[in-house]
Design a protein around this ligand. Structure first.
Ligand SMILES: Nc1ncnc2c1ncn2[C@@H]1O[C@H](COP(=O)(O)OP(=O)(O)OP(=O)(O)O)[C@@H](O)[C@H]1O
Ligand SMILES: [Mg+2]
Length: 285
């Protein structure tokens, strides 16, 4: 069973048709979806038949309860604490630019992970953002130290530019060196930003996976072996939100069944393709 720890947020998608003009209303199209990589990965895992658990904190506000219920309704066992205000991501698309405004809000908690139930957990997913801000960062480091004894494989996704600004490249690479995760999954920009050369694996990770949108994904083994896994073209992309989380969910579930990293990337591509054909981070309409 997958255990995901981290963010559950509201995400507001804004489709811009014309540039905003100062002092004027600009008509846009909008959609409200779920954000937060941990929540999205757990929800997609459940949609594919998994029985994941999500440990998170959201606001003690209406949207926080709705978000928790949405994830629960997809089959995720949600271990949530409601406190403070729910975080929000505002994503604007259109006019050739995709931008994200991020307030993680209550997802910077929870403070206590001591009583996380590990019964049945065979894999842990944590996004790099979980290590950037206290109290979650300290709590997660404490949990991971105790997990090392259980030998539960950990998969970490790459830090965004904003995560790296908070964490620093050295702290991230040191984290991976000591954590020794099963895999670190990054996109090309993230892989470059953590100081790696194009085919360089992260020290400490069993595999470093570098996704590149429609281009092949690189599987960089600690041994130095490199493989390139092609991505099948998609006729129509409805919305690209959650592609990375879809990849992660497919990758994680395949690794859990014992598949090698290349086969797991193929599974990641298949799930990402389904997410890309739906609105929001989901494989179902
Ligand atoms: N244009 C595309 N065509 C086909 N597949 C795609 C496309 N874009 C993304 N994907 C799929 O999604 C996966 C992850 O995409 P990408 O490398 O863009 O990740 P990302 O930048 O982390 O995404 P996100 O913004 O969702 O975090 C790819 O490996 C691929 O399987
Ligand atoms: Mg990503």
């Amino acid at each position: 069973m997958l255990l995901a720890i981290g963010d559950l947020l509201e995400e507001i998608l804004i489709q811009l048709k014309e540039p905003p003009v100062r002092g004027q209303d600009t008509p846009v199209r909008s959609a409200r979806i779920r954000g937060g990589s941990a929540a999205n990965v757990a929800a997609i895992d459940a949609e594919m038949g998994g029985t994941p658990r999500l440990v998170c904190q959201v606001g003690d506000d209406a949207v926080g309860y709705l978000l928790a219920e949405d994830v629960r309704s997809r089959g995720v066992q949600v271990d949530v604490r409601h406190s403070g205000a729910t975080g929000v991501i505002v994503t604007t698309v259109g006019l050739g630019v995709r931008s994200r405004l991020v307030d993680r809000g209550a997802s910077r908690g929870p403070t206590m992970l001591d009583d996380v139930e590990l019964e049945g957990v065979t894999q842990l997913y944590v996004a790099a953002s979980a290590f950037t801000e206290d109290p979650l960062a300290s709590a997660i480091e404490g949990l991971l130290a105790s997990l090392a004894e259980c030998r539960i494989p950990v998969v970490v996704s790459g830090p965004s530019a904003a995560d790296l600004e908070l964490l620093g490249v050295d702290a991230f690479t040191e984290l991976i060196r000591t954590l020794r995760p099963d895999a670190v999954v990054l996109n090309r920009a993230e892989h470059k930003a953590v100081g790696c050369q194009p085919r360089q694996a992260l020290a400490g990770a069993r595999t470093t996976i570098v996704t590149a949108g429609s281009r092949p994904t690189l599987v960089l083994q600690a041994s130095g072996d490199t493989e390139s896994v092609p991505v099948a073209p998609i006729a129509t992309i409805r919305d690209r939100t959650g592609a990375g989380d879809g990849f992660l969910a497919g990758f994680l579930s395949s690794r859990r069944t014992g598949a090698d990293a290349v086969a797991a990337c193929h599974a990641g591509h298949r799930v990402a393709a389904r997410v890309l054909q739906n609105l929001g981070p989901t494989t179902v309409r």
